[in-house]
Design a protein around this ligand. Sequence first.
Ligand SMILES: *Cc1c(COP(=O)(O)O)cnc(C)c1O
Length: 397
Amino acid sequence: MERTDPHESEQVTRAPADFRLDTKLAQAGNRRDPATGAISPPVYYSTAYAHPALGQSTGYDYTRTGNPTRQILEETIADLEQGVRGFAFASGMAAISTVFGLLRPGDHLVASNDLYGGTYRLLQQVLGRIGIEAAYVDTGDLAAVERAIQPNTKALFIETPSNPTMKITDIAACAALARTHGVWTVVDNTFMTPYFQQPLALGADIVVHSATKYLGGHNDVMAGLIVVRDDTLAEQIGFLQNSIGAVLGPQDAWLLLRGMKTLALRMARHEQNSLAIADWLRAHPSVEKVYYPGLADHPRRDIHVRQARGFGGMIAFEVKDSTQIAHILASVKLISFAESLGGVETLLTYPARQTHADIPQDIREQCGVTERLLRLSVGIEDAGDLLRDLDQAFSIQ
Ligand SMILES: *Cc1c(COP(=O)(O)O)cnc(C)c1O
């Protein structure tokens, strides 16, 4: 079938590839509708697209296969992550499930041992059932990764910094090792976003995002993204996206694009506030331990600084006495006790009972997710207001 890409028209001037990320983000979706000159791209709700003639297509036929609004988002994330193609899904888990669609029964996967709880549940309770096995290691320990690779290992799945204890994995070293074994490296880049870290440029093959978090940024849209390094993977993921069908709807694609326009400003502020809060927590007598890559003595911080441009907005901390947990969760007034991250509002989570509840207690505790651990997703409010709220929540009446 003959296809013409309506966006390839000569009137459409794309932002040159050498613009900085801040510029690309602010301009996301602009100059994509030459017919009207719309600065904010239109939302195409149409599920079906008319064929100009037998054997011809406008480039769009049926919205699961391709939607103009979704395509703008997919091209934007591909450009930001320096990949060849991007794909948008209804959630982060839908994106991750689609990546795992590359695997077959009998295949094996190596993953970070303090993986996002939902990814762990998918691997254990869904993929395990169809004969795809996973081994969990500290992917920051390259020798442990190498020992875990088997002849049937197809993929290495990493999160760095990890959730919630901010363990650092060397993406370039892992990707190089995986490549020598013919293993794909998949990086869940949700915590850093392409603004701070670009795994494909470091040698990874596939990047996934829960765009529900920082990319969307406003706790109001659920979405997942995949970006791939080469055309072969692009073809395979494209086939899986269309076959499985867990695609992102056009309105949510637009909302996500709109959120992404301010990503640069938000990430800078998340980080500025987090540095202040991490220092404050560290000095607090009730706090045992603080996990934040921005702290000077954070383990493997040198690797993080080499591969990322920032430290992000996620902090985990352990209080000395577990009886304080309920008090703190009940006492915060500005900060909300809620289970997500990456939005403009500061949220406080109790990982052992929420995000990581599906991980068996012994494995959880080995990864530092104890009954005394809390996780903060630091928002973009005034840092002084956040510190005052924490201060009153920590004080025992
Ligand atoms: C939230 C999250 C996911 C899952 O994404 P959803 O959009 O909730 O489906 C995956 N990985 C990480 C690191 C996350 O924080």
